[in-house]
Ligand binder design. Structure first.
Ligand code: NDP
Length: 296
């Protein structure tokens, strides 16, 4: 009964917001996507490009960003720029947001006419998606790795949000936070990663309340994903589980729609919703399932 109710709730929720999505609303939208050189972030950049958005993409590897930028331009992006940055470096999150806010929303003609100061840049969507690499394995006691991962997967998200909030407030924009089922529910072999994703849930859940209590214009959208078929994820889980992975391009579109329709929480695939909702009601059932999903 509980599972059926959860499933009905998820289907209704999905139906209600999917219907509201208008791709035209993203034409000319100013978007910063992190972790956009590969995987889901790269797919998000391509979708935003098809919708005619203005995009800044970022990750560490410049040559891969350059290729993604060229593809975005060919797909129809109104403007596309990249900036290489390492989110483990404490000053890079701020530097990236400043770059995006300065550059997006301007065009060459205005700059040539020295009118750029009139049409100062801005940001409509801050899409926080990057993650540092972390082993999928039994925890080996390495606390330093978790400290580093906290900076990349968690603290840099806070730094970028702090830097972007004034622009998002001005544009009535959104911060879209890409998280995981492991940010709601623990599973083996991913302790440090799950810790960073749980931290995101705690922090952005709290921030969302504060923003709405002071009638802020900014929306926070938390996106919880199941297993997605990106190269890095597939390599990590090989030999551990036969779980079905879902297409990165579809996950990317789901995230974009959730952001554009200002959903504060969304799940892809939708089956995560009944799973998470029933986790605390029947924990022993889910523990049993988890222990049987993974090989050890
Ligand atoms: P990928 O590993 O494919 O991509 C990670 C991105 O982050 C790359 O663009 C990478 O580029 C960048 N990156 C890595 N380290 C840094 C760093 N130190 N500084 C800046 N950028 C960095 O990840 P996915 O596409 O699989 O995942 C994307 C999001 O989706 C993540 O938030 C993840 O937690 C979430 N998710 C994914 C799932 C999956 O099964 N794939 C499941 C649940 C959630 P570069 O190496 O060039 O820096």
């Amino acid at each position: 009964k509980v599972l059926a109710m959860g499933a009905v709730g998820a289907v209704l929720t999905a139906f209600l917001w999917t219907d509201k999505f208008d791709s035209g609303s993203l034409k000319g939208a100013r978007v910063l996507v992190t972790g956009a050189s590969t995987g889901i972030g790269e797919q998000m950049a391509y979708h935003y490009a098809r919708f005619g958005a203005q995009i800044v993409i970022t990750a560490r590897r410049e040559h891969v960003l350059q290729q993604a930028t060229e593809k975005c331009a060919s797909l129809g992006a109104q403007m596309v720029l990249y900036i290489a940055a390492d989110m483990a470096h404490p000053s890079d999150p701020h530097r990236v947001v400043k770059f995006a806010v300065d550059k997006l929303g301007r065009n060459k003609l205005m700059e040539l006419l020295s009118l750029a100061f009139v049409f100062a840049g801005g940001l409509d969507y801050l899409v926080l998606n990057h993650i540092g690499s972390s082993p999928f394995a039994i925890w080996d006691g390495d606390v330093e790795h978790t400290r580093w991962l906290m900076q990349v997967n968690f603290l840099s998200y806070l730094q970028m949000t702090a830097a972007a909030l004034p622009s998002l407030e001005h544009s009535r924009g959104s911060a879209i936070v890409v998280s995981s089922l492991l940010g709601k529910m623990s599973s083996p072999f991913a302790g440090p990663y799950a810790a960073t994703k749980f931290a995101l849930s705690g922090f952005f859940g709290s921030l969302r309340h504060e923003l709405s209590m002071r009638n802020s214009n900014v929306t926070i959208s938390m996106c919880f994903l199941g297993l997605i078929d990106t190269q890095s994820a597939m390599e990590k889980i090989r030999g551990y589980t036969n779980m079905t992975a879902h297409p990165a391009s579809e996950a990317a579109l789901h995230i974009i729609k959730a952001g554009a329709t200002q959903q504060w929480e969304t799940f892809y695939p939708w089956t995560l919703y009944p799973l998470i909702s029933t986790r605390d009601m029947i924990p022993f059932v889910w523990d049993f399932i988890i222990w049987n999903i993974y090989r050890y």
